[in-house]
Design a protein around this ligand. Sequence first.
Ligand code: ZN
Length: 91
Amino acid sequence: MNEPAIQFPVVCPECALESPFQLPIAVIAQALLTGKSIRLHASCHDQYWTATFIEREQLRRTLRTMNIEAPHPVSTISSPARKVESAGANP
Ligand SMILES: [Zn+2]
């Protein structure tokens, strides 16, 4: 299984402990687009619940960030930050 997934912290409804949770990007994107509910899971208490509005917004933001970072063949933006590796290191 080579599906791209993202990991994000979820808060257990039972003990309020934060634990990492992983979901395939495709599942999240699909749920956000179609308005479907997203099932979250906390491993500490084996609790399943539906993502709240806030949690969905968090995921939406995470996905947006990933879209920016994902390598894209279309290079419309030339990176302004040039590498400054050899900045006067030579004696
Ligand atoms: Zn718990």
